[in-house]
Ligand binder design. Structure first.
Ligand SMILES: Nc1nc2c(c(=O)[nH]1)N[C@H]1C(S)=C(S)[C@@H](COP(=O)(O)O)O[C@H]1N2
Ligand SMILES: [Mo]
Length: 246
Protein backbone atom coordinates (compact mmCIF):
# COMPACT_ATOMS: atom_id res chain seq x y z
CA UNK A 1 0.00 0.00 0.00
CA UNK A 2 2.78 2.36 0.99
CA UNK A 3 4.59 1.50 -2.21
CA UNK A 4 1.50 2.18 -4.27
CA UNK A 5 1.00 5.67 -2.85
CA UNK A 6 4.67 6.57 -3.28
CA UNK A 7 4.56 5.54 -6.95
CA UNK A 8 1.23 7.26 -7.54
CA UNK A 9 2.66 10.37 -5.87
CA UNK A 10 5.69 10.34 -8.17
CA UNK A 11 3.45 9.98 -11.21
CA UNK A 12 1.30 12.89 -10.02
CA UNK A 13 4.40 15.06 -9.54
CA UNK A 14 5.57 14.24 -13.05
CA UNK A 15 2.19 15.06 -14.59
CA UNK A 16 2.00 18.27 -12.53
CA UNK A 17 5.40 19.46 -13.73
CA UNK A 18 4.49 18.76 -17.34
CA UNK A 19 1.25 20.70 -17.23
CA UNK A 20 3.20 23.80 -16.09
CA UNK A 21 5.70 23.74 -18.96
CA UNK A 22 3.29 22.95 -21.75
CA UNK A 23 -0.28 23.81 -22.62
CA UNK A 24 0.10 23.32 -26.37
CA UNK A 25 2.28 21.96 -29.16
CA UNK A 26 4.88 19.30 -28.40
CA UNK A 27 4.38 19.85 -24.65
CA UNK A 28 0.81 18.64 -24.98
CA UNK A 29 1.93 15.24 -26.28
CA UNK A 30 4.48 15.01 -23.49
CA UNK A 31 1.62 15.53 -21.06
CA UNK A 32 -0.45 12.87 -22.84
CA UNK A 33 2.48 10.48 -22.61
CA UNK A 34 2.82 11.17 -18.90
CA UNK A 35 -0.86 10.48 -18.38
CA UNK A 36 -0.60 7.21 -20.27
CA UNK A 37 2.41 6.24 -18.20
CA UNK A 38 0.48 7.07 -15.04
CA UNK A 39 -2.47 4.92 -16.15
CA UNK A 40 -0.12 2.10 -17.16
CA UNK A 41 1.43 2.19 -13.71
CA UNK A 42 -1.97 1.97 -12.06
CA UNK A 43 -2.88 -0.98 -14.29
CA UNK A 44 0.31 -2.74 -13.35
CA UNK A 45 -0.12 -2.14 -9.63
CA UNK A 46 -3.74 -3.21 -9.88
CA UNK A 47 -2.65 -6.50 -11.40
CA UNK A 48 0.11 -7.04 -8.85
CA UNK A 49 -2.12 -6.39 -5.84
CA UNK A 50 -5.24 -8.21 -7.09
CA UNK A 51 -6.28 -11.34 -5.21
CA UNK A 52 -5.71 -14.80 -6.63
CA UNK A 53 -8.93 -16.76 -7.12
CA UNK A 54 -10.17 -18.60 -4.04
CA UNK A 55 -12.26 -21.77 -4.41
CA UNK A 56 -15.06 -23.40 -2.43
CA UNK A 57 -14.01 -26.33 -0.23
CA UNK A 58 -15.73 -28.80 -2.60
CA UNK A 59 -13.04 -28.04 -5.16
CA UNK A 60 -10.17 -29.22 -2.92
CA UNK A 61 -8.11 -31.90 -4.69
CA UNK A 62 -8.45 -35.35 -3.07
CA UNK A 63 -4.68 -35.52 -2.73
CA UNK A 64 -2.18 -32.69 -3.05
CA UNK A 65 0.90 -34.10 -4.71
CA UNK A 66 4.41 -33.34 -3.52
CA UNK A 67 7.01 -32.04 -5.95
CA UNK A 68 10.72 -31.21 -5.88
CA UNK A 69 12.01 -32.26 -2.47
CA UNK A 70 9.37 -34.45 -0.81
CA UNK A 71 11.45 -35.97 1.99
CA UNK A 72 14.51 -33.89 2.96
CA UNK A 73 17.55 -36.10 3.51
CA UNK A 74 19.40 -33.63 5.78
CA UNK A 75 20.18 -35.05 9.23
CA UNK A 76 19.15 -31.81 10.97
CA UNK A 77 15.73 -31.91 9.27
CA UNK A 78 15.25 -35.60 10.10
CA UNK A 79 15.97 -34.88 13.78
CA UNK A 80 13.34 -32.09 13.86
CA UNK A 81 10.84 -34.35 12.08
CA UNK A 82 11.47 -37.23 14.52
CA UNK A 83 10.58 -34.84 17.38
CA UNK A 84 7.36 -33.74 15.67
CA UNK A 85 9.00 -30.38 14.78
CA UNK A 86 8.60 -29.28 18.43
CA UNK A 87 11.89 -27.31 18.33
CA UNK A 88 11.58 -25.84 14.83
CA UNK A 89 12.28 -22.09 14.69
CA UNK A 90 11.75 -19.54 11.96
CA UNK A 91 14.42 -16.84 11.90
CA UNK A 92 13.70 -13.32 10.66
CA UNK A 93 16.92 -11.45 9.91
CA UNK A 94 18.61 -8.96 7.60
CA UNK A 95 17.32 -5.41 7.13
CA UNK A 96 14.90 -5.47 10.07
CA UNK A 97 14.80 -3.40 13.25
CA UNK A 98 14.45 -6.50 15.45
CA UNK A 99 15.68 -9.94 14.43
CA UNK A 100 13.28 -12.70 15.49
CA UNK A 101 13.41 -16.42 16.13
CA UNK A 102 9.82 -17.68 16.23
CA UNK A 103 8.54 -21.04 17.49
CA UNK A 104 5.66 -22.82 15.74
CA UNK A 105 3.41 -21.94 18.69
CA UNK A 106 4.27 -18.26 18.29
CA UNK A 107 3.50 -18.48 14.57
CA UNK A 108 0.16 -20.19 15.26
CA UNK A 109 -0.71 -17.53 17.88
CA UNK A 110 -0.64 -14.73 15.25
CA UNK A 111 -3.88 -13.84 13.41
CA UNK A 112 -4.45 -16.63 10.85
CA UNK A 113 -5.66 -16.65 7.26
CA UNK A 114 -7.21 -19.68 5.55
CA UNK A 115 -7.46 -19.78 1.76
CA UNK A 116 -8.41 -22.39 -0.82
CA UNK A 117 -6.26 -21.77 -3.88
CA UNK A 118 -4.91 -23.50 -6.95
CA UNK A 119 -1.21 -24.33 -7.14
CA UNK A 120 0.25 -24.33 -10.66
CA UNK A 121 3.59 -26.03 -11.29
CA UNK A 122 5.59 -25.23 -14.46
CA UNK A 123 5.95 -28.96 -14.97
CA UNK A 124 2.31 -28.98 -16.02
CA UNK A 125 0.14 -29.99 -13.07
CA UNK A 126 -2.17 -28.12 -10.72
CA UNK A 127 -3.84 -28.92 -7.40
CA UNK A 128 -6.31 -27.10 -5.16
CA UNK A 129 -5.68 -27.01 -1.43
CA UNK A 130 -6.72 -25.14 1.70
CA UNK A 131 -3.80 -23.41 3.41
CA UNK A 132 -3.68 -21.82 6.86
CA UNK A 133 -1.12 -19.56 8.48
CA UNK A 134 -0.26 -15.97 9.37
CA UNK A 135 0.28 -13.39 6.65
CA UNK A 136 3.95 -12.72 5.96
CA UNK A 137 3.05 -9.07 6.54
CA UNK A 138 2.27 -9.78 10.22
CA UNK A 139 5.76 -11.16 10.75
CA UNK A 140 7.47 -8.37 8.81
CA UNK A 141 5.51 -5.84 10.87
CA UNK A 142 6.68 -7.54 14.08
CA UNK A 143 10.32 -7.35 13.00
CA UNK A 144 10.01 -3.89 11.39
CA UNK A 145 11.45 -3.59 7.87
CA UNK A 146 14.23 -1.05 7.45
CA UNK A 147 13.73 1.46 4.58
CA UNK A 148 16.60 -0.06 2.55
CA UNK A 149 14.83 -3.46 2.36
CA UNK A 150 13.57 -4.29 -1.15
CA UNK A 151 13.34 -8.10 -1.27
CA UNK A 152 12.45 -10.95 1.06
CA UNK A 153 14.57 -14.10 0.77
CA UNK A 154 13.27 -17.48 1.94
CA UNK A 155 15.74 -20.04 3.31
CA UNK A 156 14.87 -23.73 3.29
CA UNK A 157 16.11 -26.82 5.14
CA UNK A 158 16.55 -28.97 2.00
CA UNK A 159 19.17 -29.10 -0.74
CA UNK A 160 18.78 -30.45 -4.25
CA UNK A 161 21.74 -31.56 -6.41
CA UNK A 162 22.82 -27.96 -7.03
CA UNK A 163 22.72 -26.71 -3.42
CA UNK A 164 20.24 -25.33 -0.90
CA UNK A 165 16.75 -24.45 -2.11
CA UNK A 166 15.89 -20.78 -1.68
CA UNK A 167 13.51 -18.23 -3.16
CA UNK A 168 12.79 -14.49 -3.03
CA UNK A 169 10.02 -11.99 -3.74
CA UNK A 170 9.65 -8.21 -3.83
CA UNK A 171 7.75 -6.17 -1.25
CA UNK A 172 4.54 -6.00 -3.33
CA UNK A 173 4.19 -9.78 -3.01
CA UNK A 174 5.60 -9.80 0.54
CA UNK A 175 2.73 -7.55 1.70
CA UNK A 176 0.07 -9.19 -0.51
CA UNK A 177 -2.82 -10.37 1.72
CA UNK A 178 -2.65 -13.95 0.35
CA UNK A 179 1.09 -14.31 0.99
CA UNK A 180 1.06 -16.52 4.07
CA UNK A 181 3.39 -18.82 5.97
CA UNK A 182 1.34 -22.00 5.95
CA UNK A 183 1.57 -24.60 8.71
CA UNK A 184 -1.59 -26.49 7.71
CA UNK A 185 -2.96 -28.05 4.53
CA UNK A 186 -6.66 -29.01 4.41
CA UNK A 187 -6.96 -28.46 8.17
CA UNK A 188 -4.10 -30.81 9.12
CA UNK A 189 -0.47 -30.02 9.97
CA UNK A 190 1.54 -29.82 6.73
CA UNK A 191 2.66 -33.26 5.53
CA UNK A 192 6.43 -33.66 5.05
CA UNK A 193 5.98 -33.99 1.28
CA UNK A 194 4.33 -30.55 1.16
CA UNK A 195 6.96 -28.70 3.26
CA UNK A 196 6.44 -29.49 6.97
CA UNK A 197 6.39 -27.69 9.26
CA UNK A 198 6.25 -24.34 7.37
CA UNK A 199 6.03 -23.35 3.73
CA UNK A 200 5.29 -20.17 1.81
CA UNK A 201 2.13 -19.58 -0.19
CA UNK A 202 2.60 -16.81 -2.75
CA UNK A 203 -0.65 -17.20 -4.60
CA UNK A 204 -0.05 -14.87 -7.56
CA UNK A 205 3.03 -16.83 -8.64
CA UNK A 206 3.99 -20.28 -9.94
CA UNK A 207 4.77 -23.26 -7.72
CA UNK A 208 8.54 -22.98 -7.52
CA UNK A 209 8.25 -19.61 -5.71
CA UNK A 210 6.45 -21.31 -2.76
CA UNK A 211 9.45 -22.25 -0.60
CA UNK A 212 8.90 -25.37 1.54
CA UNK A 213 10.76 -26.47 4.74
CA UNK A 214 11.08 -22.79 5.64
CA UNK A 215 13.82 -22.00 8.18
CA UNK A 216 14.45 -18.31 7.62
CA UNK A 217 13.17 -15.06 6.21
CA UNK A 218 15.76 -12.45 5.33
CA UNK A 219 15.14 -8.84 4.26
CA UNK A 220 17.74 -7.60 1.77
CA UNK A 221 18.41 -4.57 -0.44
CA UNK A 222 19.68 -6.60 -3.39
CA UNK A 223 19.70 -10.22 -4.55
CA UNK A 224 23.36 -9.95 -5.55
CA UNK A 225 25.47 -12.27 -3.45
CA UNK A 226 22.47 -14.48 -2.52
CA UNK A 227 22.94 -17.88 -4.20
CA UNK A 228 24.08 -17.06 -7.74
CA UNK A 229 22.10 -13.81 -7.71
CA UNK A 230 19.10 -15.02 -9.71
CA UNK A 231 16.76 -14.84 -6.73
CA UNK A 232 16.02 -18.56 -6.43
CA UNK A 233 17.32 -22.09 -6.84
CA UNK A 234 15.67 -22.67 -10.24
CA UNK A 235 16.25 -19.10 -11.38
CA UNK A 236 20.00 -19.68 -10.80
CA UNK A 237 20.11 -23.08 -12.46
CA UNK A 238 17.43 -23.43 -15.11
CA UNK A 239 16.79 -19.81 -16.06
CA UNK A 240 13.27 -19.88 -14.58
CA UNK A 241 11.84 -16.36 -14.41
CA UNK A 242 12.29 -14.59 -11.09
CA UNK A 243 8.84 -13.00 -11.41
CA UNK A 244 6.59 -15.98 -12.12
CA UNK A 245 3.21 -14.23 -12.15
CA UNK A 246 0.06 -16.18 -13.03
N1 LIG B 1 12.34 -26.16 -0.22
C1 LIG B 1 11.76 -26.46 -1.39
N2 LIG B 1 10.69 -25.75 -1.78
C2 LIG B 1 10.07 -26.02 -2.94
C3 LIG B 1 10.57 -27.04 -3.82
C4 LIG B 1 11.70 -27.77 -3.38
O1 LIG B 1 12.19 -28.69 -4.07
N3 LIG B 1 12.27 -27.46 -2.16
N4 LIG B 1 9.91 -27.28 -5.03
C5 LIG B 1 9.05 -26.22 -5.55
C6 LIG B 1 8.17 -26.61 -6.64
S1 LIG B 1 8.82 -26.71 -8.19
C7 LIG B 1 6.83 -26.77 -6.47
S2 LIG B 1 5.75 -27.07 -7.76
C8 LIG B 1 6.25 -26.74 -5.11
C9 LIG B 1 5.59 -28.08 -4.83
O2 LIG B 1 4.84 -28.02 -3.64
P1 LIG B 1 4.19 -29.36 -3.13
O3 LIG B 1 5.30 -30.34 -2.86
O4 LIG B 1 3.40 -29.00 -1.94
O5 LIG B 1 3.33 -29.88 -4.27
O6 LIG B 1 7.20 -26.48 -4.08
C10 LIG B 1 8.20 -25.59 -4.45
N5 LIG B 1 8.98 -25.30 -3.27
MO1 LIG C 1 7.03 -26.71 -9.62
Amino acid sequence: MKRRSVLAGLAALFVGACSKIAESGPGRSLLDAAEKWNLGLHDLLGRRTALAREFPKEDISPSFRGNGTTDPKEAAYKAYAAAGFADWRLSVTGLVNTSLSLSLDEIKALPQRTQVTRHDCVEGWSAIGEWTGPQLKAILDLAGLRPEARFIVFRCADSLAGGPYYESIDLIDAFHPQTIIAHALNGEPLPVKNGAPLRMRIERQLGYKHAKYLTGIEAVATLEGIGDGGGGYWEDRAGYQWYAGI
